[in-house]
Design a protein around this ligand. Sequence first.
Ligand SMILES: *[C@@H]1O[C@H](CO)[C@@H](O)[C@H](O)[C@H]1NC(C)=O
Ligand SMILES: *[C@@H]1O[C@H](CO)[C@@H](O)[C@H](O)[C@H]1NC(C)=O
Ligand SMILES: *[C@@H]1O[C@H](CO)[C@@H](O)[C@H](O)[C@H]1NC(C)=O
Ligand SMILES: *[C@@H]1O[C@H](CO)[C@@H](O)[C@H](O)[C@H]1NC(C)=O
Ligand SMILES: *[C@@H]1O[C@H](CO)[C@@H](O)[C@H](O)[C@H]1NC(C)=O
Ligand SMILES: *[C@@H]1O[C@H](CO)[C@@H](O)[C@H](O)[C@H]1NC(C)=O
Length: 492
Amino acid sequence: MRGFNRGGSKFLVFIALLVVLSIEHRVSSARQGKQFVRQQNTNTPTSPLLKDKGAEFPGQRIPRLMREVYQAKTVLSAGSDNTIFNVLDYGAKGDGATDDTKAFEAAWVDTCKVEASTMMIPSGSVFLVKPISFSGPNCEPNIVFQLDGKIIAPTNAQAWGSGLLQWLEFTKLQGITVRGKGIIDGQGSVWWTKKLPTNDPNEDIKLTSNSTKLVSNNTSLADLVSVEAKGKLPHTKPTALRFYGSTGVTVTGITIQNSQQTHLKFDDCTVVQVFGISVASPGDSPNTDGIHLQNSQNVLIHNSNLACGDDCISIQTGCSGIFIHDVICGPGHGISIGSLGKDNSRACVSNITVRDIKMHDTENGVRIKTWQGGSGSVQGVMFANIQVSEVQHPIIIDQFYCDGEKCNNHTSAVGISAITFQNITGTYTKSPVHFACSDTMPCTGVTLNSIELTATQEIEPFCWQTFGKLQTETIPPVNCLKAGNKPNYNRC
Ligand SMILES: *[C@@H]1O[C@H](CO)[C@@H](O)[C@H](O)[C@H]1NC(C)=O
Ligand SMILES: *[C@@H]1O[C@H](CO)[C@@H](O)[C@H](O)[C@H]1NC(C)=O
Ligand SMILES: *[C@@H]1O[C@H](CO)[C@@H](O)[C@H](O)[C@H]1NC(C)=O
Ligand SMILES: *[C@@H]1O[C@H](CO)[C@@H](O)[C@H](O)[C@H]1NC(C)=O
Ligand SMILES: *[C@@H]1O[C@H](CO)[C@@H](O)[C@H](O)[C@H]1NC(C)=O
Ligand SMILES: *[C@@H]1O[C@H](CO)[C@@H](O)[C@H](O)[C@H]1NC(C)=O
């Protein structure tokens, strides 16, 4: 229990910061409704932590708010205790074959008891770890998970039981930092292949050298995965790294690759920072989102490189105060808000800023997608300085999202309002602008500014029930926005 008192006061500072944050939020709330203010582009300092975009955003003032999030980390002095619990000291082998789960669990039990201590996963080793939860709520705050080595997931079915939502989970913690130059590898290809057609020997042979024998025996791919796994992998695919119910979360430096499904997920978290990370999975790996946000507030994601098989970043219901900048996305499906409102659910998303993004070879650029039949709203979104290259659909709002074969028509919808697309330039391959809004719940306050999208074969922008305005001329010309602003009667 070394450093308990010192740490205790640090935690108070942390709580104080949270209070400041929420006050700031309320102050900025009071200023909503102001006209759009053109952003001033100040010279950006290079330090990622102190980087302040210095801009005002439409009714949001996210940068001011986020400055507090930026500073939260330095104030917290995570890992300052210098008490280090190295997994090798708990019997981890780090040979990539031995199951090191028990060693990780034992190291966590001790780390959890010491405020601002460090659990060390050293470089030069590969740790095979089964699904594991690093959980509070009885852990001391400000723990660092120092990841310099590599952690790999099991590919055999027994490890996954009847299906788990995550592989590595941090839950109910106050002040948790995962940092280092290490790698988290989900070894997801055994899960991805389940989507492939069966009886495809060419695919089968890739699995393992032991499998070739079976392939020549006309074994279906599903059987083959089962044989390799000595059982069937469950239908539910896990997220590689998930944070749940935590406050003051930082993830920096690490690489997450080949996830079974989503790479990094935050659910029910506040004051989150992600920077300097990489996500690396093939563009054709199914459902491997990069970063997934849900029910989380005051989240800052920047200076990261995301390559995956689904959305690079996906923002789901319950998110507000999200600031994303200086991210490279591709391959992948772009940066999305949604899908929202599935199965007639209520969704609330507000105050989202996505800026200074480079996208290449992605399916979509920036997108808002909602299902018919939902309720709630998406409000106050700024997509700015997005550079696209060979992107199929750079700008999308779709209130008719449907990933199944047939979706019923409904009159209700998740409302969409105060959405700005500014300085979005580059090349597209399928359609430059696609706004498909609901007849009963049209999109309102959609603003386009400095859009310049070109293609070898130019396609007309499409709008349906989309109210808004152009602040500048656009390339290609967008003549389909409806003038005026319908009252937004869907609120959260
Ligand atoms: C979003 O920002 C607006 C304006 O600053 C504010 O009124 C609103 O309460 C904020 N919403 C959330 C959920 O923080
Ligand atoms: C092949 O199977 C043998 C016996 O089950 C096992 O020892 C070996 O590690 C396997 N090799 C591979 C590449 O999976
Ligand atoms: C594979 O072939 C062998 C004979 O070549 C046969 O005994 C065995 O039942 C076959 N296995 C399957 C799964 O079809
Ligand atoms: C492989 O199995 C399928 C049915 O599982 C069968 O239709 C097909 O003829 C078989 N192919 C060979 C080469 O035995
Ligand atoms: C527009 O965005 C690009 C990046 O895509 C950036 O380099 C440029 O400075 C931006 N222009 C303005 C006027 O902000
Ligand atoms: C929904 O409405 C569209 C347009 O009116 C129509 O083409 C489509 O068939 C309808 N779908 C269902 C499932 O009723």
